[in-house]
Ligand binder design. Structure first.
Ligand code: NAG
Ligand code: NAG
Ligand code: NAG
Ligand code: ZN
Length: 436
């Protein structure tokens, strides 16, 4: 931390200027970074936008082209609302900062050696190019070329989403399926706050405070606070005029305003990935001269947030012969997910948990369940979560296994007392639906 602060205070010999980079410039920059740092970067596209622009991702890591057992996968996605331009530039500067400090700063070096970091500067390049009137609240550019809001376009955990899945959304969904992402954030503009799941909810998840929480709420609050307290001003709350005071610079998504079909809930419910939403500028598309101060305000937070991927516990599940077992449900007691979190093809699990005592349960058909109590400490300083491997004994009678329903839904209880009146929700959505 001390060392990182030291480096952050020094001017950087950066090859990247503070200006808005349109598609051609963005592609040229990513290609050049990859050329200059080919051993720790991998440039790939997860698909194309409606107008045929690539959805580029730069992955950074000691093994940038492939997943390695024990190395968790992280992602940042910006600019899913095309007119929210600050995050797009911040991620380019983050890339520049990471590659130029590798082997110079010990914290950045350990971070890259022990994490695979995927950065998508723009999920909606068509919207960005279509923003004709940059300014604080542009009238165009938010949606993709088919006029769809990509942050309303994902399958939803509470309702059936009527919107047609867009190419950009499908590409991200497929990407989430192919990588074992553990932690993620999605960058927006129009407010200054770190917002955590759920964005949607029902009587199962909505509390008497009018927020909609997951069983991992402690972890999500910690993640949002990590960002806001590492940011220059976000933790002060109420920074943008005329808008909500956000205590500590964080908010529950639903508590702010209800969003259906959002990407962060999708990641948590379907993607086995904890994602929060970062609103990083009161002004969605501010003048270029302000970009250096946005970078200065966010760089420490962007890095501290990635480090949090090393919270909790990780490991493999194997049979008595040491062969890895895929699709084993591994969860902590009291934190069951509607779509159970399962081991990947290498038999790996990753669970984000704050330091404390937990009971983990590993269950797979054909094996005896194993319960294991463990004392989990904070792994972020060592850049590694606690490692624990399970060995599952065979059994003849296979247990009946909970699986992810084709349309996982939070089943509402009969209690309706905590549900806000529907017209309140509509009113709030109309007022605020322009940010995330
Ligand atoms: C790539 O390396 C060259 C030569 O050192 C440097 O001038 C240029 O700024 C670098 N480009 C990027 C994008 O890092
Ligand atoms: C362990 O998890 C499985 C699958 O989620 C569940 O059926 C079983 O009841 C759990 N066992 C205990 C002791 O919690
Ligand atoms: C758990 O680990 C922490 C830190 O190592 C230690 O202080 C604490 O006493 C441990 N708790 C138990 C119940 O072992
Ligand atoms: Zn947005």
């Amino acid at each position: 931390m001390d060392i990182l602060c030291l480096v952050l205070a020094l001017p950087l010999a950066a090859g990247l200027d503070f200006s808005y980079h349109h598609t051609a410039e963005l592609e040229a920059f990513l290609r050049e970074v990859h050329r200059n740092h080919s051993s720790i970067t991998h440039l790939y596209s997860v698909g194309k936008s409606v107008e045929g622009r690539h959805l580029w991702v730069l992955a950074l890591g000691r093994f940038p082209t492939q997943h390695k057992i024990g190395i968790p996968e992280f992602k940042y996605i910006a600019n899913m609302h095309g007119d929210e331009a600050v995050g797009r530039e911040l991620l380019l500067h983050l890339i520049d900062f990471l590659v130029t400090n590798y082997h110079h700063d010990p914290v950045i070096t350990k971070l890259i050696d022990n994490t695979r970091i995927h950065i998508m500067p723009s999920m909606n390049p068509d919207g960005f190019e279509g923003t004709k009137n940059p300014g604080c609240f542009p009238l165009e550019g938010r949606y993709n070329s088919n006029g769809e809001d990509l942050n309303r376009n994902f399958p939803d955990g509470f309702i059936s989403n009527p919107s047609t899945v867009q190419p950009e959304t499908q590409a991200v969904m497929d990407w989430i399926k192919t990588e074992t992402f553990v932690l993620s954030a999605n960058l927006h503009g129009g407010a200054l706050v770190a917002s955590y799941p759920f964005d949607n909810g029902n009587s199962v998840t909505i509390t008497s405070d009018g927020i909609s929480t997951t069983l991992d709420n402690d972890v999500f609050v910690h993640l949002a606070k990590t960002y806001s307290t590492s940011h220059a001003t976000m933790h002060n709350g109420h920074v943008c005029e005329m808008r909500d005071p956000f205590t500590g610079g964080i908010t529950n998504g639903f508590g702010w305003y209800q969003v259906g079909g959002g990407m962060q809930d999708y990641n948590y419910i379907w993607g086995q990935c904890f994602e929060i939403t970062l609103e990083l500028s009161c002004c969605k598309y501010p003048p270029e001269e302000e970009l250096p101060s946005f970078w200065n305000d966010n760089k420490l937070a962007l890095i501290e947030y990635i480090k949090q991927i090393h919270l909790g516990v990780k490991g493999r599940v194997m049979d008595k012969d040491g062969e890895s077992i895929a699709d084993v449900i591994v969860e902590a007691r009291g934190r069951r997910h509607v779509c159970p979190y399962k081991t990947n093809r290498d038999g790996e699990y990753y669970l984000m948990l704050l330091p404390g005592i937990y009971v983990l349960n590993a269950t797979a058909p054909g094996y005896k369940s194993v319960l294991q109590m463990m004392n989990i400490s904070d792994g972020t300083q060592d850049f590694s979560a606690l490692t624990y491997d399970f060995i599952l004994p065979d059994v003849s009678a296979a247990p009946k296994l909970a699986s992810c329903p084709t349309t996982p839904r939070y089943t509402e209880s009969t209690s309706t007392t905590l549900k806000p009146a529907i017209n309140t929700l509509i009113l709030i959505s109309t007022l605020y639906a322009v940010f995330r």
